[in-house]
Design a binder for this molecule. Structure first.
Ligand SMILES: CCCCCCCCCCC/C=C/C(=O)SCCNC(=O)CCNC(=O)[C@H](O)C(C)(C)COP(=O)(O)OP(=O)(O)OC[C@H]1O[C@@H](n2cnc3c(N)ncnc32)[C@H](O)[C@@H]1OP(=O)(O)O
Ligand SMILES: NC(=O)C1=CN([C@@H]2O[C@H](COP(=O)(O)OP(=O)(O)OC[C@H]3O[C@@H](n4cnc5c(N)ncnc54)[C@H](OP(=O)(O)O)[C@@H]3O)[C@@H](O)[C@H]2O)C=CC1
Length: 278
């Protein structure tokens, strides 16, 4: 991420906005924090490791990144995070619920502890962050945008059934809240990503699993963390003001069709499948 300006948006697009980003110490969260800071926002970034957050701060324009150690599963820590952000910055315009994750394992081997670990880290933490920020900042200020990162494809997450259930619940939560909280001027959205080449993704999944995921994508490649950051920045900008309740899917087409096109089994290189009949 060299340079100090966005390569997509105009300078000052997010001037004056205060954004709270979870998991801002690496990957998609870090890329989004940097993009927001470059566009003029003040970012409150949280994660459990202060070292990783300090590295993010060093990549942002000076004074634009406020690092706070917080485990998003813990009620007292989340309340302190939100209260501290309000004390220092007076408002929260955007909440990007980015922290999360899951492990890959056959469903029959997942214990109750493993199941609860993933539901707590993802679905429950998203509710905790969302309800705390809404009650303490966005409902009083009568405005705000809440965005959750979820997953694609949507037709089942083999080997990550627990993660798929959490993400489906999060998307439904955003839809329901979009309706309920429209009266407070709060927008609620999900951005459902297919594989994104973050360090965690590259280190976590075996290379053959990664290649299989890419080859199941019509565009033939994974996404980048910058591409996700641009989408979150767009939604935070006035360009995103009419979006609420939606699930924006970013996955190179994987959710529409699993595989490269044309499919070798059915068509030739020009995608011809049959002769035209007269
Ligand atoms: C194959 C078809 C694919 C179709 C196409 C799919 C395309 C999908 C594209 C999207 C893919 C998504 C990618 C990402 O999200 S990548 C980046 C996200 N980041 C992470 O995932 C973070 C990585 N962190 C971890 O992996 C952590 O270990 C985890 C968050 C999973 C849990 O950490 P925590 O510290 O909270 O918990 P513990 O390690 O103590 O574990 C608690 C219990 O959970 C169970 N467990 C944990 N790991 C495993 C495992 N690998 N296998 C089975 N069970 C596991 C277990 O019960 C643990 O308790 P015990 O240790 O006591 O047994
Ligand atoms: N990469 C991909 O292919 C995809 C990723 N996603 C989702 O996007 C999000 C970001 O993924 P990615 O950037 O790849 O992964 P990373 O592992 O780089 O980012 C996850 C971040 O969340 C933080 N985090 C984890 N647990 C907690 C916690 N309990 N409290 C506070 N912070 C926490 C981590 O920091 P720390 O350990 O310091 O707390 C880390 O910085 C995740 O929710 C992931 O599931 C969705 C679809 C695809």
């Amino acid at each position: 991420m060299p340079g100090t300006a966005s390569s997509v948006f105009r300078d000052g697009l997010l001037d004056g906005q205060v954004a709270l980003i979870s998991g801002a110490g690496s990957g998609i969260g870090r890329a989004t924090a940097i993009e927001f800071a470059r566009l003029g926002a003040t970012v409150v970034g949280c994660g459990r490791s202060t070292e990783k957050l300090d590295e993010t701060a060093a990549l942002c324009p000076p004074g634009r990144f406020d690092a706070v150690a917080c485990d998003v599963r813990e009620e007292d820590q989340v309340e302190a995070l939100v209260d501290g952000a309000l004390e220092r910055h007076e408002r929260i315009d955007v909440l990007f619920n980015n922290a999360g994750g899951q492990f890959m394992a056959p469903a029959e081997t997942v214990s109750m502890k493993g199941w609860r670990t993933i539901l707590r880290l993802n679905l429950e933490s998203v509710w905790l962050m969302t309800s705390t920020v809404a009650n303490r900042a966005m409902i009083p200020q009568q405005s705000g945008k809440i965005i959750r990162i979820t997953g694609s494809p949507h037709n089942g997450f083999p080997l990550m059934a627990h993660g798929g259930v959490a993400r489906a619940g999060e998307e439904n939560l955003m839809r329901g809240l979009a309706v309920e909280w429209a009266r407070y001027g709060i927008r609620c959205l999900s951005v459902a990503c297919g594989p994104v080449l973050t360090e965690t993704f590259k280190g976590k999944y075996p290379i053959d699993v990664q290649q299989a995921m890419h080859s199941q994508t019509p565009l033939g490649r994974a996404g980048t963390e910058e591409e996700v950051a641009w989408m979150i920045a767009f939604l935070a900008s006035p360009g995103g003001d009419w979006h609420t309740g939606s699930v924006i899917t970013m996955d190179g087409g994987m959710d529409c069709y699993r595989g490269a096109f044309p499919p070798k089994e059915y068509a030739d290189e020009a995608a011809r499948t049959e002769e035209r009949r007269t």
